[in-house]
Design a protein around this ligand. Structure first.
Ligand code: NI
Length: 407
């Protein structure tokens, strides 16, 4: 059974490539997606699924009802692009100036649509339902996941899986990480109010540039001196703005940064420390600090049982060197919200290939991945659905499928 489905997925590969390249040529920014969800909905409707559009805003949810009663498994793909001007020279490069699929969400979408098509053709064999969650706005906080959950996309769902392609992993390698796999991501903005003066007479003012410089260094002491070195944490100041003349001390300076953690206790500690250090650094120099600290996506925590299940399937489907246990990443993902509500796991699929010039990091203007990653992710999706809903699958079926599987 599974090997037939994998064959079917292979025959759909050109169609998936077509969808992916079409999406790549027509990228849409987070919270502005229109064409993309329309295309997704039309495709899912053509498969005979129950389709809900506008879920949580711009999301699309397709429900595939199996022929027999059983559990409900959700698979999720995100579909937004980034405010980056594409510099790659592929024939299917972005046609929208300043907007680009530079994180592979076009790949995720095409993979899930191909998977939906394969599974829709064997719906009678399924003991339960499959929910296809096509999510808008992953790249920009507050993200689309929470709004889609509040609008019911997880109602009745027992377990959820999602995948992200990675240009930093070789093509067709599957990366799994149990427990904390991606970081909580918080943002702070600090406005320092000093008092402007002539650059030649600093004693007549309160210099926010000097204070901001000191503040950046003081913030670096949080991770290096106050956090247990065995607990991962990052405090990065990415923006520092002050003044516009070389000989004038300005009134104010602003700085903004990101905090990444894998542990809630560390997260709370850093939040407090940033506030306290901003205040005390400014106060000791005679300035005032105005601070806003926003909590973003929580830590993405992969449920050990579901991750183990994926690993078991992957090890039977793929060669040993294709399945890797990878360390957590300090990147963030709003898939974390789904995993706070239902068990599941978020896995990674390699798309890096130097022969295709596809090794640039994510969010790079020349980002690209090997499209064969869609076949790997699709196989894992199909196999995990059958593991949950395919009561009729013989034990040796995975092995038979593996023998026929082309990496
Ligand atoms: Ni992404």
């Amino acid at each position: 059974m599974l090997s037939e489905l994998f064959d079917r997925l292979d025959t759909l590969f050109p169609e998936m490539v077509g969808i992916r390249r079409d999406l790549h040529m027509h990228p849409e920014l987070s919270f502005q997606e229109e064409r993309t969800p329309q295309r997704i909905a039309a495709y899912l409707e053509s498969l005979g699924l129950h389709v809900r559009t506008g879920v949580g805003g711009r999301g699309v949810v397709g429900l595939l009802e199996g022929g027999k009663p059983g559990r409900t498994i959700a698979l999720r793909a995100d579909f937004d692009a980034l405010p980056i001007h594409e510099e790659s020279e592929v024939p299917y490069a972005s046609t929208v100036p300043g907007v680009m699929h530079a994180c592979g969400h076009d790949i995720h979408t095409a993979t899930l649509l191909g998977t939906a098509r394969v599974l829709s053709e064997v719906r009678e064999e399924l003991h339960g339902n499959v929910v296809f969650v096509h999510q808008f706005a992953e790249e920009l906080m507050p993200g689309g996941a929470l709004a889609m959950i509040e609008d019911g996309c997880l109602d009745g769902v027992d377990v959820i899986y999602g995948a992200h392609v990675l240009s930093t992993l070789p093509t067709s390698v599957v990366g799994l990480c149990s427990g904390p796999a991606m970081a909580a991501s918080d943002r702070f903005d600090i406005a320092i109010r000093g008092r402007g003066t002539h650059g030649a007479m600093p004693h007549l003012g309160v210099d926010p540039v000097a204070i901001a410089s000191q503040l950046v260094l003081n913030l670096q002491l949080i991770v290096s001196r106050r956090i247990d070195p065995l607990k991962p944490a990052v405090v990065s100041v990415g923006s520092l703005l002050a003044g516009n003349a070389f000989n004038v001390i300005p009134d104010s300076a602003t700085l903004s940064g990101t905090v990444r953690t894998l542990d809630e206790e560390v997260r709370g500690f850093i939040e407090e420390a940033v506030c306290q250090i901003a205040e005390s650094t400014c106060k000791s120099a005679g300035a005032t600090a105005e601070l806003s600290y926003q909590r973003g996506y929580p830590t993405l925590w992969n449920h050990p049982d579901e991750t183990e299940r994926l690993e078991g399937i992957a090890r039977r489907l793929f060669d040993e060197e294709q399945v890797k246990i990878i360390p957590p990443s300090m990147g963030a993902e709003d898939f974390a919200y789904y995993l706070q509500r239902v068990p599941g796991s978020f896995f990674f699929v390699g798309g890096g290939n130097s022969k295709l010039d596809a090794t640039f990091p994510h969010h790079h203007p020349r980002f690209n991945v090997d499209e064969r990653a869609m076949g790997t992710a699709g196989r894992l999706f199909i196999a995990v659905v059958f593991e949950h809903l395919g009561k009729g699958v013989a034990a040796g079926d995975l092995e038979a499928a593996a023998a026929k599987a082309v990496g």
